[in-house]
Structure formats: structure tokens, C-alpha cells
Design a protein around this ligand. Structure first.
Ligand SMILES: [Zn+2]
Length: 337
């Protein structure tokens, strides 16, 4: 099983956007706030957004998250976070905007597009702070905003943000982070230091980006919102195996997003075991989860192994144990290649 990079040599605008959201390094939650602000403002290609106009959209996102998750930065707080905290007390928007323009954008505009060692291929704005005191929206942002996957992005950003801040705010060692899935509620949860259960985020929103917004089985576009919603959380190794010698079927490693049709439509999977070709895809999807930073990384490693070879062995051995009749394995009808 060879590793497949999430961002290929010829990435789409969606791949680059998700690269920023899912794989960007975070010492603070500012990238998530900027991504949310841009989705919220829906600017058009060529538009100059002055920092003073961006500031309320950006800073209010941070202020909102501070209410439930006080740690939004892993270094010392500084004037910008103090201004957001003050805003939560006095609702003085002018003060918040002034502080944000002065201190809030220092690193986030420079760092937004950086994933790994360099910027992603498609940029969503150009930095014009020196010449025009703002950022200018690119054609790529418009392409992203007009794409079929666009309605899912706000949930994906929010979900990733909640996972990251959960890791910062729980105050436990990174290697002990572990999240679980509540299949009935469709939610990811964890436990705090006092062993109290804490809901973190919708599992659909958390997992969608890692599948590039596509059905795990047939590549149909998934929709997380509105009437077009068509997403099921599916157990790759079916739930009926729960009692099968020690298989943790409810672990995140075994949960994929499926369109309704593949999961339970005509010729759907139901409780069958997928073909071995799909086992390779599960490995790739799980490596995508592990490639992003906490807490999904730690959870997947705890469930499937600390190294790539151990994780491959884990999947292969699980498959061998349950696949009693390979001729009966399920395959989807692919809708898009
Ligand atoms: Zn499907």
C-alpha cells in the first residue's frame, strides 16, 4: 500500500483550501477564523477587502470561540486576544476593530497559504497590506465559492477548529488524546480530565474534508447541508461484527462517509464486507487523518498502530479474520472516476 499525498502535484482549488484548513500548522486558531470570515463575507474575484472591513468578521469568530474554549493560542495571549475577551464583555465593536487592525493579522495573512514547507499552489487572496491596507481576492477563491462543494466548507472549518481547540483546552498530553464516535447522535466526543463527556463536533463535518467531499465508495459529491444532504456515517467493517473477537468497529479508523445510495440504496452495501480494493482506500483515508495534527492523528494511531507498516498489518489481519467468503465482497457502482 503506497502513500498517496492529500495535495497532489496538480491539486484542485478545493484540495488547496482543505490543505490549509486540515493540514496547516496552527499555533493559534487564526487561520480558521480567517477562513470562516472569507466564507462568511463571500467576496468576489478582484475585490479589495480592507483590513478594517475584514476585522469584525475575523475577530468575532475568535471572540465566539473564546466563550467556550479559552485557549485559542498556544503562546502568550497578547493584545489581540485581550481585545476579543474585552469585546465579549462590553460589545464595543470599534475597539475590537482597532485592536484587530493593529495586532490581529500580523502572522495569519502571511501564514494562511503555507502547508508543510511552502504555500499551496492556488492562493485565495493576495497580500496588499503595504499598498492598499488590505487583501485582494483571487479568481481561485471565486472558483472555490462557486463550486459544488462550497456549501460544506463552513462546517468543515468549524469542525476542524473545534477539534484543534479541544486538544488545546483539555490540558492532557497530546499522545493521550482520543476521540470517540456516537453513532446515534452523529457526533465525535471525548472525555475531559474529570472524566466528563464533552461533545466536540459533528462527525460528518469532521470527516468530509479528508474524503475530499466525496462518497468513500462511489465518489458521488457529498452534501452536509440542506435538502441535498446525502451523507451517512458508515462502518467499513459492518456493525454486525461488533461482537466479533475484539474488533473495534466504532473506532474512527472504521468510519467512512458514504452517500445514502451506497450505504442503503438498491445494490447498497448494508452489512456486507467491502472488497479488498476498498481496503486500500481505507488505508489511504486513515493516513490522511493521521497526516493532520491532533487529535485525530493520535486517535487513529492508538487504534491502528504507530507506524505505517503496523497499520497496514492491522487492516490486513482484520480483513482476513472477517472475510470468510471473498466472492461475496461488496463493490460500489462508481458514479465519477
Ligand atoms: Zn456512494
Amino acid at each position: 500500500m503506497d502513500a498517496v499525498p492529500f495535495i497532489s502535484n496538480n491539486p484542485t482549488v478545493e484540495d488547496c483550501w482543505r490543505g490549509v484548513v486540515l493540514y496547516g500548522r496552527n499555533t493559534a486558531s487564526y487561520k480558521f477564523a480567517l477562513a470562516s470570515a472569507l466564507l462568511d463575507m463571500r467576496p468576489v474575484a478582484g475585490q479589495l477587502i480592507k483590513l478594517e472591513d475584514l476585522a469584525p468578521h475575523f475577530a468575532k469568530q475568535i471572540a465566539r470561540h473564546l466563550v467556550e474554549s479559552p485557549k485559542q493560542i498556544t503562546t502568550s495571549k497578547g493584545k489581540f486576544i485581550d481585545a476579543c475577551l474585552a469585546f465579549n464583555q462590553d460589545q464595543n465593536l470599534n475597539s475590537l476593530v482597532d485592536a484587530t487592525v493593529a495586532h490581529g493579522f500580523t502572522n495569519v495573512i502571511d501564514a494562511f497559504h503555507v502547508v508543510g514547507s511552502g504555500p499551496v499552489l492556488h492562493k485565495f487572496f493576495e497580500d496588499e497590506r503595504r499598498a492598499n491596507k488590505g487583501i485582494r481576492i483571487t479568481d481561485e477563491f471565486t472558483k472555490l465559492a462557486e463550486g459544488i462543494q462550497s456549501p460544506n466548507f463552513a462546517q468543515e472549518v468549524e469542525s476542524r477548529w473545534r477539534l484543534v481547540e479541544m486538544a488545546w483546552n483539555l490540558g492532557i498530553a497530546v499522545n493521550l488524546l482520543n476521540v470517540k464516535h456516537d453513532h446515534v447522535a452523529g457526533e465525535i466526543f471525548t472525555f475531559d480530565k474529570g472524566a466528563r463527556r464533552k461533545t466536540v463536533t459533528s462527525s460528518r463535518a469532521a470527516l468530509n474534508g479528508y474524503q475530499k467531499g466525496k462518497c468513500f465508495y462511489c465518489y458521488a459529491d457529498l452534501s452536509l447541508v440542506g435538502e441535498a444532504m446525502n451523507v451517512d456515517v458508515d462502518h467499513f467493517f459492518p456493525h454486525k461484527l461488533k461482537q466479533h473477537a475484539g474488533i473495534n468497529v466504532d473506532g474512527i479508523w472504521n468510519l467512512v462517509l458514504s452517500c445514502n445510495s451506497c450505504n442503503r440504496g438498491t445494490n447498497g452495501k448494508f452489512d456486507r464486507i467491502p472488497s479488498v480494493n476498498l481496503l486500500q482506500k481505507l488505508h489511504t483515508r486513515n493516513e490522511y487523518l493521521i497526516g493532520s495534527h491532533h487529535p485525530l492523528r493520535e486517535t487513529l494511531m492508538a487504534q491502528t498502530g504507530l507506524t505505517v507498516s503496523k497499520r497496514i498489518t492491522f487492516l490486513d489481519s482484520t480483513y482476513k479474520r472477517v472475510q470468510l467468503n471473498p466472492g461475496f465482497a461488496w463493490e460500489p457502482v462508481e458514479k465519477v472516476s
